[in-house]
Design a protein around this ligand. Structure first.
Ligand code: SAH
Length: 212
């Protein structure tokens, strides 16, 4: 089920749904998603669906990972990226192949530990992970060319806007549980231009950090 044919079928679906960036498509083609899943679910790794990873969290749907990464690269190459919500590390691995430095924050310690193991296995080295509440961003490492949030807050955290470079972009699902808006927010001086990309469904961005 993790055969080349199944993977190619996934790529076909992403293209059908409008993903155009060939760099993004190539990285998704070559990044093994099955290693991020428990063995019992790995046969479903190349279906275009979100799947459970424990702790009430999910690995994102490949289409959403592709869509967010495409939006991140839309105005040219990015050097530094901050990700909020590492989860199992799949999106981190995708972005790390398309940016120079990736910083990622996860509030659930065992998930962060698992992501670290997965990323090591894939020899992804240009990343730094931190166990913390990501709504505060990572000021010491910023400002960033892009910030991507893979859990949904009710409102955009102010700290994240502050940590964007000029022209930098924040890609973030905003709204309550159920359906949210995927927003692309671009910094223009002290102004923030908002564009709505899609309707999406993410787990909520929660305050504080948890050891288990
Ligand atoms: N990026 C992942 C998606 C993980 S799901 C992927 O590629 O599949 C979203 C993750 O956000 C969960 O692991 C959840 O624990 C985490 N999260 C929620 N609120 C957070 C917060 N305030 N700070 C950091 N991580 C948070």
């Amino acid at each position: 089920m993790t055969s080349q044919r199944t993977r190619e079928r996934l790529l076909g679906r992403l293209i059908e749904q409008g993903i155009k960036n060939t760099q993004v498509l190539d990285v998704i083609r070559t990044t093994p998603r099955h290693i991020f899943l428990d063995e019992a679910l790995s046969h479903r790794a190349y279906e275009d669906v979100a799947l459970p990873i424990g702790y009430n969290q999910t690995i994102s749907q490949p289409f959403i990972v592709a869509r967010m990464t495409e939006a991140l690269l839309d105005s040219g190459p990015v050097n530094t990226v901050l990700e909020i919500g590492t989860g199992c590390g799949y999106q981190t691995a995708v972005i790390a192949q398309l940016a120079d430095e990736v910083y990622s924050i996860e509030r659930i310690k065992p998930l962060m530990d698992r992501a670290r193991k997965n990323l090591k296995l894939l020899k992804v080295r240009n990343i730094e992970l931190k166990h913390d509440d990501g709504s505060l961003g990572w000021a010491e490492k910023g400002p960033f060319d892009a910030i991507i949030t893979t859990a949904a807050p009710q409102q955009v955290p102010k700290e994240l806007l502050k940590q964007l470079n000029e022209g930098g972009r924040l890609i973030i699902p905003v709204g309550g549980e159920g359906v949210q808006e995927l927003q692309l927010i671009t910094r223009r001086g002290d102004e923030f231009v908002i564009e709505v990309l899609d309707k999406v469904r993410f787990v909520p961005l929660l305050a504080g950090k948890s050891r288990d």
